[in-house]
Design a protein around this ligand. Structure first.
Ligand SMILES: [Ca+2]
Ligand SMILES: [Ca+2]
Length: 100
């Protein structure tokens, strides 16, 4: 993936491969931060897999988070969901679902 798809000066802090929309194509959750910046928020994006490639133009941008999100299956439908802290003590769960 070209670095230009990330924010300027951003460094990738984690990469989580999973099928986040249930279309049997592997997707990538990529989190990034700005190094050296105090209290830098974590940028979280899900890039959709498409026949072995990644669509770097269309991604799901999640709100900035205080820390790394946790990937887990909240509603037990075999599609991974996310738990993240968007502000101090304000936690949210994103329930992802099949697109078709
Ligand atoms: Ca997928
Ligand atoms: Ca789920």
């Amino acid at each position: 993936m070209e670095n230009s798809t990330l924010e300027e000066h951003a460094t990738i802090s984690s990469v989580v491969p999973a099928d986040f929309d249930g279309d049997l194509q592997m997707d990538l959750l990529i989190t990034s931060t700005i190094p050296g910046k105090e209290n830098s928020a974590v940028t979280c994006r899900i890039y959709w897999g498409d026949e072995g490639n990644l669509d770097t133009e269309n991604y799901l941008a999640l709100p900035k988070m205080v820390d790394q999100p946790l990937v887990f299956d909240y509603n037990a439908d075999m599609i991974p969901d996310l738990l993240g802290e968007v502000e101090k003590r304000k936690r949210m769960i994103w329930v992802l679902r099949m697109v078709f």
